[in-house]
Design a protein around this ligand. Structure first.
Ligand code: SF4
Length: 445
């Protein structure tokens, strides 16, 4: 770097955990090249915005954010760089809509960031404005050899695979993150040992479709077992699997390994077979329910959560009723329920019409949220009167006199700090005396 001063970088991350994990990689790569990071956006020479393209409101949020940066850029020199799925999906359409952007980099092109940012900063020093793009998707990039720069905490996210080959018709991921590739298990285990040595007590393995993890003779069941055997790690979680390929070996690993959490996030997306087929999910409702039964009979205390989309193209009232029935039958512990939002380049955008009125989508979401809230409350009340083990995380959101942590099943528990049990990263037992749809309330057993 031949710049007059050492550039200070501020990074802002939107969207999913995969983006959080990518931001840690980006920090690591830029620090290696002499960039310095600051929490204070006002002092930054470079602002990186790591973006999400999964829904239209994510786009709107990011454009609103970029317009704040426009004001800042009018006041002083500033390099603005957009990373992530929105940069990859919209490409130059993004810089046409928001000309303040200097650099665009997609999820497979972060190794080029140090040189792109240096070029933009050098141009700026000379009073010039030079745009830089790095948007190639790779079949091989797994950022091997780069140890993420993590903030300290209880949980470390470790990406085990990148991309997705499933091409669900509503989903933009195969176009923004490219084809599926798995990391070498040796480097994943090295990262798990490093996280443990640096005080992390929980690891969450990340991938768009972790069940497809393959590296030589390693599959995901073998990988999660090996990660759970890492000394000093108390819990291992993962997200997300696809219901079409949930192997028995993985269900057994969850059931038998004491450190693999009994929590499975199993995206349903819809309960109508017709809609599931249009979505390209490759399973029918009955197959999904059979998998739920198989999981529950092998892992009786499992906590099951899901994702559901309301108002996908041509979804009728009858289709929606099928989804409502599935939600009642599956008895999820909780669910993320969203309106369908058409994404550029997807199969659904090319082949189907986004024809369910927004108001109908909204009503269906509200009805399903209501149904799920009732089920979640009933399921959470099962814990009343029981002692549960909790991994302590931090202060409770609503009161600094209370602490919060998570059960093995990832359910939030809140208790009074005056009980003395408040050391983040430790395991503690709490007696549950009350429950809402969002929280369990604990006290000393
Ligand atoms: S499995 Fe389907 S929904 Fe999940 S990332 Fe891949 S294409 Fe998207």
């Amino acid at each position: 770097m031949i710049l007059k001063t050492i550039p200070q970088v501020h990074i802002e991350t939107f969207g999913c955990q995969m983006n959080e994990s990518d931001s840690e990689l980006v920090r690591s790569m830029l620090k290696r090249e002499g960039f310095v990071f600051t929490e204070d956006r006002e002092r930054a020479d470079v602002v990186l915005v790591n973006t999400c393209a999964i829904r239209e409101n994510a786009h709107n949020k990011i454009y609103a954010h970029l317009s704040e940066l426009r004001t800042l850029k009018k006041q002083r020199p500033l390099v603005v760089c957009v990373l992530g799925c929105m940069a990859q999906n919209l490409k130059s359409a993004m810089t046409e809509k928001e000309p303040l952007i200097d650099v665009l980099a997609g999820p497979d092109a972060y190794r080029q960031l140090p040189s792109l940012l240096t070029t933009a900063l050098e141009a700026q020093e000379q009073g010039l404005f030079q745009k830089g793009f790095a948007l190639d998707l790779s079949e091989y990039e797994t950022y091997e050899g780069i140890m993420p720069d993590r903030d300290s905490g209880v949980n470390a996210w470790i990406t085990v695979m990148r991309g997705c080959d499933n091409f669900c018709s509503f989903c933009v991921v195969p176009y923004t993150r490219g084809r599926e590739r798995s990391r070498d298990p040796r480097s994943i285990l090295h990262e798990a040992r490093d996280a443990s040595a640096r005080g992390f007590r929980q690891i969450t393995l990340l991938g768009q479709n972790v069940n497809s993890y393959r590296h030589e003779d390693w599959d995901f069941a073998r990988l999660i077992t090996a990660v759970a055997d890492t000394a000093g790690i108390d819990r291992v979680r993962f997200t997300s699997p696809h219901p079409k390929d949930f192997p028995v070996a993985l269900i057994k690993a969850i059931a038998t390994h004491p450190k693999v959490c009994k929590h499975i996030h199993l995206p349903l997306q819809a309960g109508s077979d017709r809609i599931l087929e249009l979505m390209g999910r490759t399973y029918a409702g009955a197959e999904y329910l059979a998998l739920v039964d198989r999981i529950r009979s092998t892992v009786p205390d499992v906590v099951l959560t899901t994702d559901i989309i309301c108002g996908f193209c041509s979804e009728s009232d009858e289709d929606f009723q099928s989804t409502s029935r599935m939600v009642e039958q599956a008895q999820f512990d909780s669910a993320y329920i969203f309106k369908y939002s058409e994404r550029k380049h997807t199969i659904a955008a090319r082949k189907y019409t986004d024809d369910v009125p927004d108001q109908v989508k909204g009503m269906r979401v509200a009805r399903l949220v209501e149904t799920q809230r009732r089920i979640t409350l009933e399921r959470n009340r099962r814990y009343i009167g029981k002692d549960v083990e909790i991994l302590v995380e931090r202060d409770a959101t609503r009161s600094s006199t209370q602490a919060m942590g998570k059960t093995d099943g990832n359910i939030t528990v809140v208790w009074d700090k005056s009980t003395g049990d408040f050391k983040p990263g430790t395991l503690t037992m709490k007696h549950i005396f009350d429950a809402s749809a969002a929280t369990l309330y604990g006290e000393c057993p």
